[in-house]
Design a protein around this ligand. Sequence first.
Ligand code: CP3
Length: 368
Amino acid sequence: MVAMTTDTTGTAARDGESRRSGPADSPFVRACRRESVPHTPVWFMRQAGRSLPEYREIRANVGMLDSCRRPDLVAEITLQPVRRHGVDAAILFSDIVVPVAAAGIDLDIVAGTGPVVAEPVRTAGDVERIRRIDRADVSYVDEAVRLLVAELGDTPLIGFAGAPFTLASYLVEGGPSRTHAKTKAMMYGQPELWHALCARLAEVTLSFLRVQIDAGVSAVQLFDSWAGALSEADYRRFVLPHSTAVLSGLADTGVPRIHFGVGTAELLGAMGEAGADVVGVDWRTPLDVATRRIGPDRAVQGNLDPTVLFAPWPVIEAEVRRIVAQGRDTPGHVFNLGHGVLPETDPEVLTRVVALVHEVSARRAEQG
Ligand code: CP3
């Protein structure tokens, strides 16, 4: 059991190419490494969640954060979309604010709103309130990952965390924000405080991702969902060093790193420099254009508009075919949405999309 866990964390791939099997040799991990694949791998951001009736049922009387702290529930919810859709990877059921709560910040996830912070972070004293974390602070995540790795077999598990900017936005604003006005006010007005906050968040995030990697995840995704609110110059000055600290801090693990944001067309080059192996692309930028901005040394992930899933099937099919074809010109392509699954999405459509991606890409692989 222990030997198997070691073998599936990517250690085998790192130490020598001799004996790869299991998740480390799955189409998803191979695409992240820009290796040949039998078909384009596909998974969906927010696949574990409210589009599934079996999820709504299991969550009926359990709060969001409470459910993230119960390894049995985390494992079940993580597995639901894998069973139902046949996706190429599972994503751990959790939330980006879980490590921040573990670090001592009083917050809740309010249904229909998102994370709400009791006392927003605005001063140096507030930054000090964010404690460093270790495995013991998030033992439920460690346990959930171990359960899942044993359960998933050859299917890789993706761990994740929020990037410093996106986390800082929730902490400084106190909740979701359209403009990120208070966040940017700190960034421009108190740059030292801003950098201290992001440096602390980067430390927490790095520890949190290392716990997941040690427990056996096959890849990690760093969500910088709201980075698209920034100009490239501000991103490079205020955000890139901190995201780089997280991503390059994981380089020694050999586990593929995915870096994702929304509205990041102008930032794709800079985001690609932060140290990820795969850059997530939203639906606004065609994958071939994105690849030119990111460069040939990274794979790409994306990028079906999640609202296209509400269109008639022929429209969906055409879009999936276009994206698979554009992904062929990139050095490695992981099919995904451009952002998370919307709660009203028909799960049967997601299942059909998975089958279509596999079918179209496998046939093309045979021809090519
Ligand atoms: O992708 C997955 O399926 C794994 C689980 C996952 C959740 N949140 C579960 C969740 C992941 C990867 C996240 C990441 C996350 N959380 C991000 C980054 C991804 C993105 O969408 O950009 C962000 C910004 C958050 C913060 C957050 N948490 C928001 C904005 C919301 C939505 C609020 C709402 O209710 O509309 C949440 C809550 C949340 N996180 C839910 C789930 C399944 C819904 C809560 C519920 O079902 O009651």
